[in-house]
Design a protein around this ligand. Sequence first.
Ligand code: C2E
Ligand code: CA
Ligand code: CA
Length: 628
Amino acid sequence: MRRKLAETLYSQPASLIAGSAAGVACAGAAMSVAESRLVDLAAGLLILTALLRVAVATWLSHRAGQRDARSIETIYEIGAFSYGLMVGALAATTLYVGAPAYAQVLTVAYAFAFGVGIAARNAGRPAVAIGQLLLATVPTAAWGLAAGGAGYALAAASVLIVFSVVSSTFDFFRTLREQIIVADTSALMAEKMRELARTDVVTELLNRDGLNEEAHRLLMQLPDERKLALFWLDLERFKEINDTLGHQAGDQVLAEAAKRIRRAAPGDAAISRFGGDEFIVVASVADRGEAEHLAQALDTEIAAPTRVAGRRIEICASMGVALLPDDGPDLDSLMQAADLALYHAKVGRREAACFFDRAMTRHLVRKKEIETDLRAAIQRDELSIFFQPIVDLETGRIRTFEALVRWFHPEKGELRPDEFIPVAEETGVIITLGNWITAQAARACARWPEDVTLAVNLSPVQIRAPGAALGILAALRDAQLDPRRLELEVTESLFIDDDAHTARFIEELAAAGVRFALDDFGTGYSSLGYINKFPFTKIKVDRSFVSGPNTGKNSDAIIRAVAEMGTTLGMDIVAEGLETLEQVQAVRDAGCTLGQGYYFSRAVPDYLAAMLLSQERRGCEAERLVAG
Ligand code: C2E
Ligand code: CA
Ligand code: CA
């Protein structure tokens, strides 16, 4: 405030120059008519002071911002007081030496005009204003008192003028001060609003806008030899926490994660919550090694268990990391690279942090290709449905065929569903594709014996699409297939996201007679709650428990436990991925009722599926004949 008031002293150098020019003119006129050494001296000093002040003021008006308020004031005060004194002294001198009347009138009038004018102009610093007023007018009043007679009137008039000007100067000063306070408060408010607009309320970290600003600031200040590292973190299973423990607990988890990220990140890093459960940290690092350390530190800090809503919770984060300039020349490409790395971290799940590399872009390009090709493939008849039998482990008979999609690409050869189904899911193509698969498979199944059922895989994206249940019922109607012969395979991932809609979908179809199987059991979240909640008739134990490198005592115990649960709840338990006779015997002994795998058959085209069935029937017929 002091600085602003002091600045008003120099805000209009033009008025100072005009005032000084008037003073110089007065002094010159007085000199030329008074013919008095004393007047010459006073006038000469006035002219000199005036010129010096103008010079200093012009110089300072360009540099006022660089100096402190106190020194601006001091410089101004010295000039102002000496000039005021000169003006007062010249007026008193012309009176004292008895100069010609018009010289007296001119200098006295100038002294009073100067005093009054300057008091208004300098009201921002009342002490300076009133000091100048007094210096300019008191000598005249003093001469009046000393001279007596009519001089008394002059003295009295001077006192009254000074009195009224002083009081209005103070009024003016108060108004000015209030205005400055108001302006300052609104500037403070504006700053606060700006701060709020860039802050995330839940975590008090930066939001998107704030991050954008801060990241640009870091980039501008980045020394040539350093790099900018961008860490994109995504909390795992956050949605699950939010859904099961409530939003308040969710917010608590976010705030806790934010606190930890802040603790692990360097002091000048830009840290933001980038919507939902994603966080971004941008920091300057010396090299890739330092970025790796930082990623490690962030991961360790976040992974420590915490208590939320009375429960012990382990927050985990996937992380994508990219460096500037290595992975991109600007912030946009840095974000893209980190996003891609994050995607890989989530899919891979091997290590928490994944650094960007060029191969990821190639992967992305392939994904894009698949996306475009896939849309055309449906029209061009490149897709077909294969069927893999699910066999009763007691009788060895085929109970169900699982429909598995196959894509024979004219250039890329056979593409695995694991490769293109995720792309179809991400892009939404799965909805069209899924409807097509259901319709085709239902048509094939309608040609099989009544007791053979059809299993179709359903992705969560398909289920969430509007009218999903109606679409499936329509496909069944078109194929004239009894809904009770259709079994939809869904995975556990379906139940973390959207409960109400999923429940409605399942209820609607279950009411029509469609059955549900829980696919890939044991690989996902394996919360047993939903097995009770939804009408599953079948659980498919994932093939990683049956064959492959990680099977053994533990997986055997798991299969046993699941099979026991199945018996209790009256569900079929399917062992997937059976490749050898030993595996078949083992899962049967463990209590599984059904089996699927290369041991029985690979997935085959529909005509081969039909052939398998008729062979089996013929075999049975022969057995019956022999037995009979
Ligand atoms: P899934 O539902 O678990 O299907 C079983 C997968 O295991 C099939 O792979 C099948 O060929 C394979 N498999 C069967 N027996 C054995 C065995 O003994 N050993 C080994 N190592 N593998 C065996 P596929 O056809 O490549 O499908 C992979 C996944 O793609 C499926 O896993 C399913 O999640 C998805 N998928 C396939 N077709 C469709 C579809 O029509 N719609 C949807 N939404 N997803 C599909
Ligand atoms: Ca399946
Ligand atoms: Ca499966």
